[in-house]
Design a protein. Structure first.
Length: 717
């Protein structure tokens, strides 16, 4: 029996079936309620498409009915059939998704919507890698695999009725079918559908090659006629003698697979076409191997041609034993041996799981059924599960999004990727300089999360820089690394600046000024210390990895090179604008104009403490790590400071204190701790931001005399 008729994806050329035939087909497997719903969908679609015609002149409604009919052949469930009938109404008529949801339920509306979205994206770039990405994008867009099934059936019917289209359009559609839809059907294991799509695509795209091949196949079949019955009989008898029940069939070769084999393996037509194909279907795996032994006993096997796809199934779950034998007169015989279950899976793949199931078993959700299929295939895979995960799981349960560049190239990004991720995926320079983005030609914020099938355009500006805030939303490793790299270089600039300050201050000790030191001298000292250049040296000083006084000493003219440091190092002025390399200790919260000291910490730069901080007196031992600092005359910025407020336990007291603080134009950063002291008193710790001690004093004054405030104290470790 021919494979395609097994499942019902019948070859083209038939007249489109009417709704009556469809409904009577459904009677064999769907309950009356479901059939009634399908009829309602038909009536709705017919009204919506009324007046529309297909290019062939037929009423448009014949197309969706035919699509539903294809799916009914393989016993798809009611919602799938309704969606098939409605699949073009959103695209082509005034109906909306909401309306379909109201009339036919969300499930149907979602499938229709999915098909409509797939129809909207177009495959333009023909490169092979692009085709693979495109197939993945289609699958990624689909949450319910029934969408793909409707789409495949839609494509099949369009291919069957392609004749009415103009030649160029026909070729484009055929090309797309061969590049995208036939491999998609194959990936999902729906062999019969794949074969027909390939056959139709091949015939349209290469009519001459198709005709030549067809003629040759006919000739070859003529040659085979006298041998075929003899060989099948021999095999059947061998099975009978061994007591194995099974079917032996001569297998037809499909034109497109013959053609692809010729191209792929660069072999002549004769080498492929004069080959007999057989399929033996038996009851159990055990019998498969026994049958293998039997046929090897009948005819000599060709060395190197045996393949055990039972032990090691193909990626889409296909299982069989393949062997090639030397037949009568040396004619090669290709034999496939499999069980009935394997045969069913080989023919219908994932579609087998959507067949309408009577009784129990149809309670499972469709995602569950997809998983069930996948699980089955995965169990078969055993050792080589990784390949499967790569090629199937990624497709069905995607963790990637696929979007287009304005040129139509497809970019693959991790799920949740934003415009910024896209920009960095295009090129680091594009990411670094991006300022805005357009999605499907509309301007959107850079943080916009991308969805499958969108076209993304990045707008860049000269001199634009990555924003550190981007790290809050980018998801791709590339974007993250690039932004981090940029921030590091930013930090380097700040480190150099601080290094210059520290070195300058150290030099004052020796009555020298930083700006009097020739650059060449600095470079020489840097090299002498094993560093790349002067900037490298300054960076390390700024980062606290090199002690400024020691470097300063090396910069002295030779004669004073051993001079002991004089009295005190000149203090560095802290402006509050130093950036990442000056940190304010959170043990004592220094603010202008507290007396301060600075600790040079390796890799972190300078950490400012109040000089009364216990941590300062505690680590005086590392005297060389402490450097004198003072506040600049007019420091900039806001500084954190902690306030411990002891209050009476009364409802609303926290809010009252907070309001009072806010009334002084002071921002509360955190309410840090509320420690219960006893039944009557609690301590609330506020962290507020102030300019200097004057503002802090204002805050303290504002709350100190509130009726429920017992005590206000500045926090210290
Ligand atoms: Mn359609």
């Amino acid at each position: 029996m021919d494979a395609s008729s097994l499942l019902g994806f019948l070859p083209g050329g038939r007249r489109a079936p009417g709704i009556k035939q469809l409904l009577s087909k459904l009677e064999s497997y769907l309950p009356p309620d479901d059939i009634e719903r399908v009829r309602e969908a038909y009536e709705y679609a017919e009204a919506a498409h009324s007046g529309q015609k297909r290019r062939s002149g037929e009423a448009y409604i014949t197309h969706p009915v035919a699509v539903a009919d294809i799916l009914a052949e393989v016993h798809f469930d009611g919602p799938t059939l309704m969606a098939a009938i409605l699949h073009d109404v959103v695209e082509d008529t005034a109906s909306s998704k909401t309306e379909i949801a109201e009339r036919f339920g969300r499930e149907v509306a979602e499938i229709v919507d999915g098909v409509t979205k797939l129809d909207q994206i177009q495959f333009k770039n023909r490169a092979e890698a692009q085709a693979e990405s495109f197939r993945k994008m289609l699958l990624a867009m689909v949450r319910d695999i029934r969408v793909i099934m409707v789409k495949l059936a839609d494509r099949l019917h369009n291919m069957r009725t392609l004749g009415a289209m103009p030649a160029t359009k026909r070729r484009t559609i055929a090309r797309e079918t061969l590049d995208i839809y036939a491999p998609l059907a194959n990936r999902l294991g729906i062999h019969s559908l794949k074969l027909e799509l390939e056959d139709l695509g091949f015939r349209t795209l290469y009519p001459t090659r198709y005709r030549v091949l067809e003629r040759e196949m006919k000739r070859s079949r003529g040659n085979q006629k006298e041998f075929l019955p003899r060989i099948t009989d021999n095999m059947r008898q061998a099975l009978g003698r061994a007591g194995i029940a099974g079917q032996v069939e001569a297998r037809e070769k499909h034109l497109y697979s013959v053609y692809s084999k010729m191209r792929r393996k660069k072999i002549s037509l004769g080498e492929i076409i004069d080959v007999f194909g057989f399929r033996i279907v038996v009851g159990s795996v055990d019998e498969c191997y026994r049958v293998l032994g039997l046929v090897h006993g009948l005819y000599k096997p060709m060395p190197g041609r045996f393949k055990d796809y039972i032990a090691i199934p193909r990626v889409n779950g296909y299982q069989s034993l393949h062997t090639t034998l030397f037949g009568p007169g040396g004619m090669p015989l290709e034999v496939q041996i499999r069980t009935e279950d394997m045969h069913r899976l080989a023919e219908s793949g994932i579609a087998a799981h959507w067949k309408y199931k009577t009784g129990e078993g149809d309670g499972a959700s469709h995602a569950d059924q997809a998983r069930e299929w996948l699980k089955g295939v995965m169990q078969l895979q055993d050792g080589s599960a990784e390949e499967l995960v790569e090629s199937v799981k990624v497709d069905l349960f995607p963790d990637k999004v696929y979007v287009f560049t304005p040129k139509g190239d497809i970019m693959r990004l991790p799920r949740g990727a934003t415009c910024v991720d896209f920009a960095f995926a295009v090129h680091t320079d594009v990411g670094n300089r991006c300022v805005a983005a357009k999605v499907d030609r509309r301007l959107v914020p850079l943080r916009t999360v991308l969805r499958n099938g969108q076209t993304v355009e990045v707008i860049t500006a000269k001199g634009a820089q990555p924003n550190p805030a981007w790290t809050n939303f980018v998801v791709s490793a590339k974007a993250r690394a690039a932004i981090r790299h940029f921030l590091k270089s930013l930090q380097r600039d700040e480190a150099i600046e601080l290094g210059e300050k520290l070195l300058g201050s150290a030099l004052e000790e020796f009555a020298m000024r930083y700006r009097d030191i020739p650059r060449a001298r600095l470079e020489a000292v840097a090299k002498g210390l094993g560093m790349a250049d002067a900037d490298d040296l300054l960076t390390r000083i700024g980062l606290g990895e090199r002690m400024a006084p020691l470097v300063a000493r090396r910069l002295l003219p030779d004669e004073s090179g051993t001079a002991a440091p004089s009295s005190a190092q000149a203090p560095i002025a802290i402006a509050g604008t130093e950036g990442l390399l000056v940190d304010y200790a959170r043990c004592c919260f220094p603010i202008p104009f507290d007396p301060i000291a600075a600790f040079l910490s390796t890799g972190r730069g300078v950490v400012i403490h109040r000089d009364i901080c216990p941590n300062v007196s505690g680590s005086r031992k590392q005297a060389d790590k402490w450097i004198p600092v003072v506040w600049e005359k007019l420091p900039h910025g806001l500084f954190s400071v902690g306030l411990k407020v002891e209050v009476n336990n009364r409802t609303g007291v926290l809010a009252a204190v907070a309001a009072q603080i806010a009334a002084t134009d002071t921002n509360i950063e955190h309410v840090l701790v509320t420690a219960q002291q006893d039944d009557e008193h609690s301590t609330i710790t506020f962290e507020v931001k102030v300019k200097d001690r004057t503002q802090l004093a204002k805050v303290v004054r504002a709350i100190r005399h509130m009726p429920d405030v017992q005590k206000v104290e500045r926090m210290m470790a």
